[in-house]
Design a protein around this ligand. Structure first.
Ligand code: MRU
Length: 369
């Protein structure tokens, strides 16, 4: 997608120095557009941990490049494959909820073996990481194509009046490599001249909606309004939302879906108001090994400081301020699980399916043995 007139993706290999991975620093957006260089496994771990890069597909791609950087770090005294396995375990341990992280690391590791000389380990892992980026871009592009008719139909039913779409967190191109998951159909609809408007949940505590979704929609010229996380129910009760589209960090083979905390409450409100609620999910975010989202998905618990403080721009610098009494305690569950029964449909790269095992199996038969 474009920022200003320039096309960006969120992560890429530096052509002039292939030992460097470049990423858009999402800790600085929307205030500053800065590119950060990652040169080691440690750099990649820290970038994922501190949310310089975030969003399910992007942390997978970053970790894949992390294995490549680990291969470049192999020295004469290390056992190459055990060095890479250690790096793989380290990277996967960084954030537990999004399945893309483990999937991407596994995708790269599967291509490596102990017969390969060190140069080949680096070459193969570099190619695998780029393959993941290309795959995720294409997945998102296809999600856009398959999701577009949902918006077109609402627009037709509303006789061309604005289609109001609510989204939570940032499931846009910044969370992916390009296009986004939840935003891909929205960008396509906007580009086709369909009138769309997006209600952007601010998404406390990290404000990915207010900071990132607002930024990227604005750069693309899509009209949006930021709302406090708790306003969605009110808007839905007053027919101000036509459609909800959210992303997913881990969807089970039965269709339960973990996404940024607060998504479940939007699904409940949408259900109560008969508003279609769609999850936009590339197959790389589906965990085909598990069925029960509530029991089997690990929910990341993050630093309570993220709740106790808020970050913004002050006198040209990014600063944090405390919101609560000193010594206040806070809990910070990063994700929640929306049960399949509340999900109208799952928009995948292969098409839209119901949130249920039969429909998901029909869409991805090769993933079921
Ligand atoms: O904690 P984050 O910012 O990594 O959480 C991101 C989300 O919850 C997104 O909605 C999800 O990754 C889907 S991204 C396409």
């Amino acid at each position: 997608m474009k920022i200003g007139n320039q096309h960006y993706q969120t992560i890429w290999l530096d052509e002039s120095d292939p030992s460097v991975i470049k990423v858009i620093d999402q800790q600085k957006l929307p205030f500053f557009l800065e590119i950060k260089e990652l040169r080691s496994v440690e750099d990649v771990y820290n970038a994922i941990d501190r949310m310089t890069v975030r969003g399910a597909p992007l942390i997978g791609a970053a970790a894949a490049f992390g294995i490549y950087l680990a291969a470049l770090e192999i020295s004469v005294n290390t056992n190459p494959l055990s060095h890479l396995h250690n790096a793989a375990r380290y990277l996967v341990s960084c954030r537990p909820t999004a399945v893309n992280l483990a999937w991407a690391v596994d995708f790269v590791m599967q291509k490596l073996n102990d017969e390969m000389p060190v140069e080949e380990l680096a070459e193969v892992s570099r190619k695998a990481a780029i393959e993941i980026c290309d795959l995720e871009k294409e997945n998102c592009r296809q999600i856009g194509i398959h999701g577009l008719p949902l918006i077109e139909e609402i627009s037709r039913n509303k006789k061309g009046e604005t289609v109001n779409i609510l989204t939570h967190c940032n499931a846009g191109w910044l969370a992916c490599i390009d296009y986004g998951t939840a935003t891909a159909p929205i960008y396509l609809a906007h580009d086709k001249g369909i009138k769309v408007h997006v209600w952007v949940d601010e998404t406390r505590p990290r404000n990915q909606g207010a900071r990132l979704t607002a930024y990227e929609l604005g750069e693309h010229g899509v009209p949006y309004t930021i709302i406090p996380d708790n306003s969605g129910g009110h808007l839905m009760q007053h027919c101000m939302v036509d459609l909800v589209i959210v992303g997913s960090d881990r969807t089970t083979k039965n269709g339960d879906s973990a996404n940024k905390t607060g998504t479940y409450l939007k699904a409940l409100a949408a259900h109560d108001n008969n508003i279609p609620f769609y999850s936009a999910v590339p197959s790389t975010s589906i965990d085909f090994n598990i069925s029960d989202g509530l029991k089997e998905i690990t929910i990341e618990e993050r630093d309570p400081e993220e709740v106790l403080k808020i970050e913004g721009l002050l006198h040209g610098r990014i600063e944090q301020v405390r919101l609560c009494p000193e010594n206040a305690r806070a809990a910070n569950f990063g994700f929640d699980v929306t049960p399949a029964r509340l999900i109208t449909g799952i928009i995948t790269e292969k098409g839209i399916c119901n949130a249920g095992v039969d429909s998901i199996k029909k869409m991805f038969p090769d993933k079921f043995n």
